[in-house]
Design a protein around this ligand. Structure first.
Ligand code: DAH
Length: 341
C-alpha cells in the first residue's frame, strides 16, 4: 500500500504540472480527494490488514491525502498568480509610445479683448454687469432719452421682435437697468460687455452682430475732467503709454455734452499715416456726461446726481490693435485667423 500511495502522489504531481486552468484543477481535486476518490478504496483495503499495521497505514493514507491537497493548493495559487500576471501584461500601457496630439483650443480674440478691457476697468474699481440681449424698447431707447419719434433712433437700425421688444442695439440699456436696480442710489461704477445687434448688411466694416463695452459712473461729483482722465488712462493702457487723446464734440441723446474720443495714432505717433488717414488721430469710442433726462427717468434727482458714460466697440479696438482689415474675420471662425492670437 505504501508503494501505491507513493505512486499516487507522483501521478497527481505529474498531472498537476500540465494543468492550465482552475477548472481543470477542480476536476483533479474531485478525482483525487472527492467522495469517489481512490482513497476510498485504500480505506476499504485497510479493513483487511493486520490490526497492528492499521494505525501506521491509516496515518500514511492521511499524509498522502494532505500532500495531494497541498500540491493542489500550491498549483491553484500558481495558476491564479499567472492569470494576474497575464492580465497585467495585457493591460500595460507603453508610455514610450508617441501620444495623440490633442488640439488645444484658445480664447477668441474678442473674448481676449473683452477681458483685457475688463481688467483695466476692474483695476479702477468698476464692477462688471450684464444685461439681456433681447431688450425692451423702453430700456434700449425711451429711458435713454430717445422717445418713440426721436430722429436719433435712426442712428441705430434696429431688429424688432415685437412693437416693444428688440435685439438691443447697444449696451447702453444696462445703464438704465443698473440705475433702476440701485434702489439705495449709492454711487455707481459699472461696465457692461456684451453682444449688440443692428439691421446692417454685413461687409468689411459692418456686422449685424458685434460687441460693445459700456461704462457708467454716477455719483454727486463726477465731472468731465474725471471722464477725460479715465479716457486717457484707458487709451494708454490699450494703445501704449505714449498716447494722447482728443475729445471732439458729438451728439448722443443719452449724454450731454457728448464727445467722440480719438487716440493719437500709435503707428506714426501722430505725424499722419495711412492708418490714421493722415490725421494723426484714430477714433476709438463715444462718451459724455450722463444726460439729466436719463437720470431723471430712472428716478435720480439731477440736482444731486451726475456722472459720465462711455461706449466702445470691442471689434473696433481689436481691429485697431491687431491690424485686422475685415470685421467678418471675427465671426467666420477660420482657425488660421483665430490661432494667430
Ligand atoms: N450707445 C452708443 C452707440 O452704440 C455708444 C455710446 C456713446 C455709449 C456715448 C455711451 C456714450 O455710453 O456715453 O453708438
Amino acid at each position: 500500500m505504501e508503494k501505491k500511495l507513493k505512486k499516487l502522489v507522483e501521478e497527481v504531481s505529474a498531472k498537476l504540472e500540465k494543468v492550465k486552468s482552475v477548472n481543470e484543477l477542480n476536476l483533479l481535486k474531485s478525482e483525487y480527494l472527492g467522495k469517489k476518490s481512490v482513497f476510498n478504496s485504500f480505506m476499504k483495503d485497510l479493513q483487511d490488514v493486520p490490526k497492528e499495521d492499521k494505525p501506521k497505514l491509516g496515518q500514511l493514507i492521511n499524509q498522502s491525502k494532505q500532500v495531494i491537497a497541498g500540491l493542489l493548493d500550491k498549483t491553484k495559487s500558481l495558476i491564479e498568480q499567472r492569470i494576474v500576471e497575464e492580465k497585467l501584461k495585457s493591460e500595460t500601457i507603453d508610455v514610450t509610445l508617441p501620444g495623440v496630439n490633442l488640439k488645444k483650443g484658445s480664447k477668441h480674440l474678442i473674448s481676449q479683448t473683452i477681458e483685457e478691457i475688463e481688467d483695466i476697468f476692474i483695476g479702477l474699481g468698476y464692477t462688471v454687469k450684464e444685461g439681456p440681449e433681447v431688450e425692451s424698447d423702453k430700456y434700449n431707447f425711451e429711458m435713454l432719452n430717445l422717445p418713440k419719434d426721436h430722429p436719433a433712433r435712426e442712428m441705430q437700425d434696429s431688429l424688432y421682435i415685437s412693437e416693444e421688444t428688440l435685439l438691443r442695439t447697444h449696451t447702453s440699456p444696462v445703464q438704465v437697468r443698473s440705475l433702476l436696480e440701485n434702489t439705495e442710489q449709492v454711487a455707481l461704477k459699472i461696465i457692461c460687455p456684451g453682444k449688440v445687434y443692428r439691421k446692417d448688411d454685413d461687409d468689411q466694416t459692418h456686422s449685424h452682430q458685434f460687441t460693445q463695452i459700456e461704462a457708467l459712473v454716477v455719483d454727486s461729483s463726477t465731472n468731465l475732467s474725471d471722464l477725460k482722465g479715465t479716457l486717457l488712462f484707458i487709451a494708454r493702457k490699450l494703445f501704449g503709454e505714449e498716447r494722447e487723446i482728443r475729445l471732439r464734440p458729438s451728439y448722443f441723446p443719452f449724454t450731454e455734452p457728448s464727445v467722440e474720443v480719438d487716440v493719437s495714432c500709435y503707428k506714426c505717433n501722430g505725424k499722419g499715416c495711412s492708418m490714421c488717414k493722415g490725421t494723426g488721430w484714430i477714433e476709438i469710442l463715444g462718451a459724455g456726461m450722463v444726460n439729466n433726462n436719463v437720470l431723471e427717468a430712472a428716478g435720480y434727482d439731477s440736482n444731486i446726481f451726475q456722472g459720465f458714460a462711455l461706449g466702445m466697440g470691442v471689434e473696433r479696438i481689436a481691429i485697431l490693435k491687431y491690424g485686422i482689415d475685415d470685421i467678418r474675420a471675427f465671426y467666420t471662425n477660420d482657425l488660421r485667423f483665430n490661432k494667430q492670437f
